[in-house]
Structure formats: structure tokens, C-alpha cells
Write a protein that binds this ligand. Structure first.
Ligand code: SF4
Length: 437
């Protein structure tokens, strides 16, 4: 059985399990998500058999544009995230045997390990590689390395440095992105047999992306209600980057927003009945346990994960309010990378964090940092300082891994979370005292 076939079986089992025994705290709409993933892998298996071209991607590749060229974007990054527990030791062993250090960000290690899976025929051999060098240098380098090892045409898009000038005022940067994307179209049409850019398709996908973002708006609005109508585990769910605009995914997000609104109207929380404080998770969280439960058990809600439920501010088709005019479809694909809060100077990220801290009234931020992450670790201290100074928000900085369970000390992690919950309650009490003086 290849990796995709294993995924099909895994999702079948998961769907059956949830239908037989639904979780009282998780969203029911998760079943829809798993059905979508099941279908996604079945479609990819068929396309693989038919010899359709795949493009290996990571980070902020122009996924919709690649798809509009008749090529299946396959995010090694997302595939790395979905790595089943039983495959992790073997995939990590393989990538570390190439010299990858075992003590750095393990999302990057998981992404790079898909290269070995490709060589072994466990996943499709890509016809090309495309990556936008934007927020995560490690992921971008891993995928470029993959392209070089596999000797397939590789296109790297250079996303210009974001400064403290709001991205929507950076026309020069946008034009630079647009130029490269047109060049990439020419490159792929020449290098990948059958690839042909279809603008009508791109427009259709951009409308799909807009619909997903609109559901995120509804979810953000519903997250304001207390107790939190979303469990931490559900807020952590990140939209699959290489299929975000697909009709079933839109339906799934509509269901999520409906469920959250319903709970919010009824005043029902997901994992926390009586919410005493609420926090946002930044950077990442462990994939192998419910990393939010220790806070939730104390009465702390987790309505926001930075790159999951917190990620809504991406440019949308037909929107004139951000740039002052509608952007062309290709400009929009370029603007998407420029808008990424993790790209460029730390201030860019702080703007996005400050916004959700204020909107959903967070009391604390948990910075779950992966060792070696230039993107987040470089800005954590600055963001924590600003959150404390400007908003009076408490911060917990904690180091950990996404996949590497062997290095994880759950008892220590739980203690840190409980101590942080206690600190939040203490601060809230002192604030109430001060306010009533
Ligand atoms: S945690 Fe940092 S280094 Fe790791 S994948 Fe994310 S952005 Fe990249």
C-alpha cells in the first residue's frame, strides 16, 4: 500500500469512529472535513495512475495558479503535517540519515522527508517544484533541495521583504510578484507537458478562496462569544493550502461557521463550560496530543490559533477596499504572499496578532516555539513585549515539537499550562480589584 492508499484507509476508519462515537466537545462538521480528505486522496490516486502532472509545493506557493494550469499542487508541507504517527519514526530516520539535524523544527524535517517517500514510490514523483520564498526559510530550502535531488524543473518566487509599510501600499512589490508569476507560467508551460494557464479557472478558484475567507470572518465573529464555541483542537485546524478553494471545503467551512454561531447564540461552549480566561496559541502546537486540554480543564478557552482560526486577513477577489482598486487574478496571487503576517519584519506579524487579541479579547498568548524557527522565534520576544505593554496580555514561551513525541515530556508541559492558567486568573483578579478601587 502506498502512502495515499494508507491515508484513504485511515480516513475511512476515522469517519466510522466519529460517526459511531461523536465527541461532545469537537465540531460535528469534522466528519465533513475527513470525508473531503478521503475524497482528496482518492482523486490524487486516480490522477497519479493516469499520469497527471503533480507540482511539489511548500510555504506560500501560488496554489490556485498552479491548479489553473492543469497541474495538481501537492503540498509537501501539509503532507508532512498529516504524517500518521506510525510513519513518523521511519520518515524521520530517513531524513536524518541525510544529515538533517534532529533537534530543529520538525515540521521542516517532516516536509523534507517527503523527498525520500517520493524516491521510494510512496507518493507521486512531481513534474515540477514551485515555492515562494516568503515566511519560512526552512520549508522553502527543503523543497528546493527536493527539486534538485529529483532533478525536476524548479521555480522559486522571491517575495520581496515586507517592511513596516502596510503591504497594501506596496505597489512596487506587487508588480515584482506579478512579473515573476507571469514568468513562472511561461516556465511551467514550457517544462511540464500539457500545462496551460486558464484564467477563467483561476478566477473560479479565487472566488472559492474568497468564500472560505468569508466563513473565517463568521468564525472569528462567533469566537468573540464566551464561553468559546470552538475547542482548542478545532481552532488549531489549518486550512489545507493546496485545496482551499474546493467546493466541498467551502461547504465544510459553512458548516463550521453555522455550528459555531448556533453554539454562540445558545451560550454553549465547546470544551469549556465556564470560561475564566482565554488565550491564543502562536507558532504551533504538538500534533500527537491534545495540547490545549490542560488549559481547557482549568477553564481557559482557546479561540485562536495564529495560522488556523486566526488567519483571515488575506486579499480577496473583487475587494477594492484594501488596495483601492480591484486586483487582477495574477496580482491577487502575488498579494496573497505579500499579505502573509509571518513574512518580513516582526511588525507585520504583530499587526495581525494585535488585531485578533483585541477582537476576541484574549488574556494570554502561548508561544509554542519550534527550535530553530527563524520565522517565529525571531519575533516572539518582541511580540510578547508589545502584547504585555500595549494590551496587558500575559505570555508563555514554551519550546516543543509538532511530531517528535520521543522528546516530549507531557507532565512538564501540563504543569506549565496549569501554572499559566493560574497566572491568568491571578491577573484577572488583580485587575478587577484595581478597577473597583
Ligand atoms: S515552525 Fe518555523 S521553521 Fe518550522 S515550519 Fe513553521 S515557520 Fe518554518
Amino acid at each position: 500500500m502506498n502512502y495515499f492508499e494508507e491515508e484513504v484507509e485511515r480516513y475511512k476508519r476515522r469517519i466510522e469512529r466519529i460517526k459511531a462515537n461523536p465527541s461532545p466537545t469537537m465540531l460535528w462538521s469534522n466528519v465533513k472535513f475527513y470525508e473531503l480528505m478521503l475524497k482528496h486522496y482518492q482523486t490524487m490516486i486516480e490522477e497519479w495512475r493516469e499520469g497527471k502532472p503533480f507540482c511539489a509545493c511548500a510555504d506560500l506557493a501560488p496554489y490556485r495558479l498552479i491548479k489553473a494550469m492543469g497541474i495538481r499542487p501537492f503540498s509537501w508541507e501539509m503532507q508532512g503535517d498529516y504524517l500518521p504517527r506510525k510513519l513518523v519514526p521511519e520518515y524521520f530516520r530517513r531524513v536524518r540519515a541525510t544529515g538533517f539535524p534532529d533537534n530543529g523544527c520538525d515540521r521542516v524535517q517532516a516536509t523534507a522527508s517527503i523527498l525520500m517517500a517520493t524516491e521510494k514510490g510512496e507518493v507521486p514523483m512531481p513534474s515540477c517544484v514551485v515555492v515562494t520564498k516568503a515566511d519560512c526559510n526552512g520549508l522553502a530550502e527543503a523543497i528546493i533541495w527536493g527539486g534538485r535531488q529529483l532533478r525536476v524543473p524548479t521555480y522559486v518566487i522571491d517575495c520581496p521583504l515586507a517592511s513596516d509599510v502596510p503591504y497594501e501600499e506596496r505597489w512596487e512589490a506587487l508588480k515584482y510578484m506579478e512579473e515573476q508569476l507571469y514568468d513562472m507560467i511561461g516556465f511551467l508551460e514550457k517544462e511540464v507537458p500539457g500545462a496551460k494557464y486558464d484564467e477563467a479557472k483561476l478566477i473560479e478558484y479565487l472566488h472559492g478562496f474568497r468564500k472560505v475567507m468569508e466563513q473565517h470572518d463568521r468564525m472569528r465573529e462567533a469566537s468573540k462569544s464566551k464561553p468559546c464555541p470552538l475547542s482548542g483542537k478545532d481552532s488549531f485546524r489549518m486550512a489545507p493550502l493546496d485545496m482551499i478553494e474546493e467546493p466541498e471545503l467551502i461547504e465544510y467551512y459553512v458548516m463550521v461557521a453555522d455550528e459555531m454561531e448556533e453554539k454562540s447564540k445558545a451560550g454553549r461552549g465547546a470544551s469549556v463550560r465556564e470560561e475564566k480566561a482565554r488565550v491564543g496559541f502562536l507558532c504551533s502546537a504538538p500534533f500527537f496530543i491534545d495540547g490545549f486540554q490542560y488549559l481547557e480543564e482549568c477553564g481557559v478557552g482557546v479561540p485562536i490559533y495564529e495560522a488556523g482560526s486566526g488567519a483571515i486577513d488575506f486579499p480577496r477577489i473583487d475587494d477594492e477596499s484594501t488596495w483601492g482598486r480591484k486586483l487582477s487574478p495574477i496580482e491577487l496571487e502575488g498579494a496573497y504572499a505579500l499579505a502573509d503576517p509571518w513574512h518580513g519584519v516582526w511588525w507585520h506579524r504583530w499587526r495581525a496578532v494585535r488585531k485578533f487579541c483585541q477582537e476576541v479579547e484574549l488574556d494570554g498568548l502561548v508561544h509554542f516555539e519550534l527550535p530553530g524557527c527563524e520565522t517565529c522565534n525571531g519575533s516572539t520576544k518582541l511580540i510578547a513585549k508589545m502584547a504585555e505593554k500595549e494590551l496587558g496580555i500575559a505570555n508563555l514561551e514554551i519550546e516543543g515539537w509538532c511530531h517528535d513525541q520521543e522528546k516530549f515530556n507531557e507532565a512538564e508541559y501540563a504543569e506549565k499550562m496549569r501554572d499559566f492558567a493560574a497566572l491568568l486568573f491571578e491577573r484577572k483578579k488583580s485587575k478587577i480589584k484595581e478597577d473597583t478601587r
